[in-house]
Every structure is written in C-alpha cells, then in structure tokens.
Design a protein around this ligand. Structure first.
Ligand SMILES: NC(=O)c1ccc[n+]([C@@H]2O[C@H](COP(=O)([O-])OP(=O)(O)OC[C@H]3O[C@@H](n4cnc5c(N)ncnc54)[C@H](OP(=O)(O)O)[C@@H]3O)[C@@H](O)[C@H]2O)c1
Length: 335
C-alpha cells in the first residue's frame, strides 16, 4: 500500500535564523521499504544546534552539508511501523537519525537505529539525559575535559540541553561547577535550581569582569567559541583543559572562531581538544547506564521545551539560536 509522508525539505541554505525561507513542508509518497530498512512513525523530533552546520555549504565540517532538496535530518524517537531489518520488529520503540517528518524510512544500520527500553517512563529522556546530549556532556566533562574532584569547571550555553547536563555532571563528579548563559533568568535557574557555584550572564555587563570575580577555571566545556572563548582563555588556570564541544557563535553567522588569545594555550600550558559524539557511539551502552543511574537517583534534572505539531518545527528550532529555550527542545508529533 502506498503511504504518503509529510516532511521538511531543504529548499535553500538558510541565512541566520531565517529557516522559514530555507525549509518547506512537503508531502510525497514513501518509496517501498528496501532490505535493511525500517519505517519509523516519528513520535518526537530532537532539535539539535549542531544540525545548523549541516545546513551550511561548508565542505570542511565534521560531515558533508545536507544537499538542497534533501529532507532535513535529525534524531527521532518513534515506533517501528514496518521492518525489513534484522533485530527490529513492528511496535519496537526506537531512536535513530531520521528526518523531520511524520515518518522516517531509514537503513537501520546507517541511521544508528537502536531499540529503546520501553520501561523508561518519560520517553523525552531518550533525547536528553539518555541521548546524545547526555553522552556528549559526560564525555566532554569526564574524558576530554578530564575534570577531577575539587576542580573548577565552566560550561558555556549552560542552560541549553548539552550544557545543563554538563554542569550537573561536573557537580556529580565533585567539581565546582559554573555556567555561562544569556540573561538573569537563566543564570538564576542555574544557581537556584541546579545549585551551581555561580553563573555568568554574557548578555549583561562586562563578561571579563564577571569572570574575574569568579576566579580561574581548570576545565572549560565550550559550546560556543567566538569572543567568549577569548574571555575564558585569559582566565584559565595553568594546566587547564578546554573541551571543545560546539561553536554556536559560528554556525549561522559565517564567522570562524579564531581566538586572539591563542598564545595563552602555551603561556598557561592548556590542552584544547575537540570531541564528537559519533566517535564514541560504541560506548553508548556504558554511557547510558551511568547517566540512567544518576537520572534514577534524581541527580540529573532536565527541563523540556516542547512544541507540538510538525508544522511548528521551525519555531522550535529557532529557539536554539536565539536563546529561547531552557533545556532540551523537542517537537512532539500528533498521531
Ligand atoms: N561535539 C558533539 O558531539 C556535540 C553533540 C551535541 C551537541 N553539541 C554542541 O552542543 C552545543 C549545544 O547544542 P544543543 O543542541 O544542546 O543546544 P542548546 O544548548 O539546547 O541550545 C543552544 C543554546 O545556546 C545558546 N546560544 C545560542 N547562540 C549563542 C551564541 N552566539 N553565544 C552564546 N550562546 C549562544 C542559547 O542560550 P543563551 O540564552 O545562553 O544564549 C541557546 O539556548 C552546540 O554547540 C552543539 O553543536 C556537540
């Protein structure tokens, strides 16, 4: 039986946060299911800031740009509605790299599809603490940042999905955690709700002076790059580590982070290292187990910013780049 799918197609490269001119909601029949493929009835779409890079024409990113005319790719959670892949049966709850549409028809292996534990009550957690954001936060703090008990850890975009987990993980590992976020409300959330040692509001006043008041840092988990990185480079403690998670300041601006204070890497004997979640996907089970332990004990909080309806996806996505969100941005699809 031929089945129609509604999905967001890339019609041109977006400028800044003008996603409405760049993506169009289209409808077309699904092709027949090929061997190795599964058809997922998407229940939720994960909005991830890193996908903005795939919408640019940059060929030197960590993956090639998505072609014009292609469906917009992203992480999805939903039930398998048809399967021609070993290990996947109709009715399985799965997470995969699918498309922003009602249905994701994907190769089970290429899309990194995994069957999820149906006993987890809040399915949104598969995008947050138990998803890529959780893995990334844990890896960046513990492995790349090598944060040790008692050290001072600073995280940028700290009220967003990845950052909010990174600051809490730093705390759980016995570090003194600080966050950088835009606006007094977000900073208050970080200190009052999450109990961070302090928060820097990069949208108000002199960021350098706020950082001076805070004192030096041993680990910087950076989601942002840009001018903020320069401010932090001159406030790192000797032998500190900078875990480069993302470069949000660059994604929609066409700018490339090029720190003026690069020399501080030598002066302070810093280690600066990028890391990328697909590189440690094979560690997913171990990372999820540790994160689930903390989550079940109430050690990890995650606020969700939920938008309903496929047609409202672009306004949800935009929040990542305007700072409209606290925590994980998700689009729930009806029916
Ligand atoms: N390396 C990896 O494998 C990996 C995996 C997942 C995510 N990431 C990275 O993690 C970062 C966060 O992604 P996410 O999906 O979790 O999004 P998110 O943090 O939930 O949302 C992005 C937040 O970043 C802040 N922001 C946006 N533009 C900014 C700018 N120019 N300067 C400072 N802050 C800015 C905004 O909050 P404010 O109100 O505070 O501005 C916004 O809420 C991204 O850089 C992403 O690429 C990397």
């Amino acid at each position: 039986m031929v089945m129609d799918n509604r999905y967001w197609r890339i019609i041109k490269r977006p400028e800044g946060t003008d996603f409405a001119s760049a993506l169009a909601l289209v409808e077309e029949p699904l092709p027949e299911l090929a061997a190795g493929e599964i058809r997922i009835g998407n229940a939720m779409l994960s909005m991830d800031a890193g996908t903005r890079l795939w919408l640019t024409s940059r060929e030197d990113g960590y993956q090639p740009p998505l072609p014009i005319g292609a469906p917009m790719t992203g992480l999805v959670v939903g039930e398998v509605i048809a399967s021609r892949a070993d290990g996947f049966a109709e009715g399985d709850l799965v997470r995969a790299f699918g498309i922003w549409g009602q249905v994701s028809q994907v190769d089970a292996v290429m899309s990194g599809a995994i069957v999820l534990d149906p006993s987890v009550a809040d399915k949104r957690a598969w995008f947050g603490p138990l998803g890529m954001n959780g893995w990334t936060a844990l890896w960046g703090i513990k492995e790349t940042g090598a944060a040790r008990e008692g050290e001072r850890v600073l995280v940028s975009a700290a009220a967003g999905a990845t950052g909010i987990l990174a600051v809490q993980i730093a705390k759980l590992l016995g570090c003194e955690a600080w966050g950088i976020a835009g606006g007094a409300e977000k900073c208050e959330y970080l200190t009052r709700e999450l109990g961070l040692a302090g928060a820097i509001d990069y949208k108000s006043g002199d960021v350098g002076a706020q950082l001076d008041m805070a004192g030096g840092f041993d680990v910087y988990f950076d989601n942002v790059g840009g001018p903020l990185l320069d401010e932090v480079l001159t406030r790192m403690n000797h032998y500190g580590r900078i875990a480069v998670c993302g470069l949000l300041a660059d994604y929609g601006s066409g700018m490339r982070t090029a720190p003026e204070q690069f020399d501080q890497i030598l002066m302070r004997r810093l280690r600066v290292e990028g890391f990328f979640s697909p590189d440690f996907m094979d560690q997913g089970e171990r990372l999820t187990a540790q994160l689930k332990g903390w989550l079940d004990q109430g050690g990890l909080k995650m606020p969700y910013d939920v938008t309903t309806g496929l047609e409202n996806t672009l306004s949800a996505y935009q929040k990542l780049f305007t700072g409209g969100n606290v925590g994980k941005v998700i689009v729930e699809l009806d029916g």
